[in-house]
Design a protein around this ligand. Structure first.
Ligand SMILES: O=C(O)C(=O)C[C@]1(C(=O)O)C=C[C@@H](O)C=C1
Length: 294
């Protein structure tokens, strides 16, 4: 059975992997730190790693993008987008307490969560729990585990529903994220292609380094895609880390390397002196379209 390393247990990463890869077809290896998630596949302990790469409101997870680019030479093999629904969880002060949320607001003194999750609940926290101490931990699953371990109704976690079930916590409030259309994009990296359902779409991710002192180089890169009517879904500049002011472009393209047009566009870009590195050509899955037939 193929092994998948991820941040877990009780995380959105795990929840999303169970949704898209299934609970039984893969063996999941939980890690506490994202560095260990990457390392497990690099050193061959696992076949794949699941990495959160972008969120609707927080944007790119730059640290993870940079690892993919600089430190981990493993292709992207799949991508999925998963809705992030955040819950306020604690151990129950009283079993089946009526108005548990209102009462808990006066009781809770401390909340543990992942930094990204805290950022996604700023308005909720300011409105309902303004005086509470917030503490960032390595994952939302770890936050829920701490709440169970400390066993104190004055302590809560902001975490996925799966974490509440895993650690038998009470859901005081569900869906407390500030924006309802909150999604995170995850990538699956590894040496081989995973066995997954047929996807609705396909993407190719490339890194482009422009030639130095070539006016209009970026314009020419974009035109190579534009006149072929190839859609780009993301373009972001990141430092090369070699020299201050040197950047490359991380580009997501809504086309496959198997198409006729994309390889031709990349050849045109290389012909003007750009360096092109392909980070992956992979199927892409969304929560809504996941029901497509195998
Ligand atoms: O801690 C978790 O639950 C994770 O899966 C990590 C993570 C992240 O690193 O961005 C994943 C998705 C959510 O947007 C918040 C946190």
């Amino acid at each position: 059975m193929k092994r998948v390393s991820l941040l877990g247990p009780g995380t959105f990463t795990e929840e999303s992997a169970h949704y898209f890869l299934g609970k039984d077809g893969f063996e999941y290896v939980n890690c506490k730190l994202i560095a260990d998630v990457f390392r497990a596949t690099v050193d061959g302990t696992t076949d794949f790693s699941v990495i959160p790469i972008e969120n609707t409101f927080e944007g790119s997870v730059s640290l993870h993008v940079d690892w993919l680019v600089h430190d981990v030479d493993l292709p992207i093999q799949a991508e999925w987008v998963y809705p992030i629904s955040i819950n306020l969880l604690s151990i129950p002060a009283v079993e089946n307490e009526p108005d548990a949320f209102e009462k808990s607001c006066g009781r809770i003194r401390k909340i543990y969560s992942h930094g990204v999750t805290l950022a996604q609940c700023q308005k909720f926290l300011r409105e309902h729990l303004p005086h509470v101490e917030l503490e960032q931990v390595g994952s939302n699953g770890e936050a829920a585990r701490l709440v169970r371990e400390l066993n104190d109704p004055a302590i809560a976690a902001l975490a996925p529903q799966a974490a509440g079930e895993l650690y038998r916590l009470q859901t005081l409030a569900a869906g407390v994220q500030d924006h309802q259309n909150n999604y995170t994009r995850f990538v699956l990296i590894g040496r081989e292609k995973p066995v997954m359902k047929t996807s609705a779409g396909c993407k190719t991710t490339i890194l482009v380094t422009l030639p130095e002192d070539y006016p209009g180089a970026l314009h020419q890169v974009l035109s190579a895609f534009a006149w072929r009517r190839i859609n780009l879904s993301k373009i972001e500049s990141r430092p090369t880390k070699k020299k201050l002011g040197n950047y490359f472009f991380y580009i997501d393209i809504e086309a496959s390397m198997d198409s006729v047009l994309l390889p031709a566009a990349l050849q045109e870009i290389e012909a003007i002196g750009c360096q092109v590195r392909i980070l992956g050509c992979y199927p892409t899955y969304s929560y809504e379209s996941e029901t497509s037939e195998v």
